[in-house]
Design a protein around this ligand. Structure first.
Ligand code: HEC
Length: 133
């Protein structure tokens, strides 16, 4: 039977494929899971030099309710409006600074949120590498 000798050869690739399929999907699933997890972990991470500066100079003093440090940082930010379409930047930071002077935690947080809601995404797009301060 001449066909017998060729059959194992022809079958071989198919068997390899079939046995590898579950393995490949396990790897794919693992890769997807990793991507999802690292995507989540990165959601609140600073993307720019400004963001990296914000963590110790805004985030930390806010957590510690260090109003002097907050006021200083907010004043600095108020004086550094980015080039382009950021009309409310300085006013938002100045409002935050005034709130810090009054030790009004709620109003300070509101200024952080206002600016982040208005400009965070835009700033990350416009100035991924701009040094700050
Ligand atoms: C006038 C604008 C403005 C004000 C006011 C402001 N921020 Fe930000 N902040 C930004 C921008 C723009 C980014 C995005 C930069 C980045 O993520 O790299 C940012 C990013 C951050 C980050 C790092 C990224 C993140 O999502 O955690 C932290 C932490 C942060 N700000 C804390 C604060 C806190 C706390 C306050 C208020 C006390 C504050 N900021 C006030 C503009 C502002």
């Amino acid at each position: 039977m001449p066909s017998r000798s060729t059959r194992p050869l022809r079958r071989h690739p198919r068997r390899v494929l079939r046995s590898r399929t579950p393995f490949v999907s396990v790897i794919l699933a693992a890769l997807l899971a990793t991507a999802a997890v690292s995507g989540l972990a990165r959601a609140g991470d600073p993307k720019t030099p400004l963001g990296k500066w914000m963590k110790p100079n805004m985030g930390a003093p806010l957590a510690g309710e260090d109003y002097d440090a907050l006021k200083k940082s907010l004043d600095l930010v108020a004086g550094k409006t980015p080039k382009g379409d950021y009309p409310q930047w300085s006013a938002m930071a100045t409002a935050g600074s005034a709130a810090a002077a009054k030790q009004d935690l709620k109003a300070v947080k509101a200024s952080c949120k206002q600016c982040h809601d208005a400009y965070k995404d835009k700033y990350i797009k416009d100035f991924p590498d701009q040094p700050f301060p």
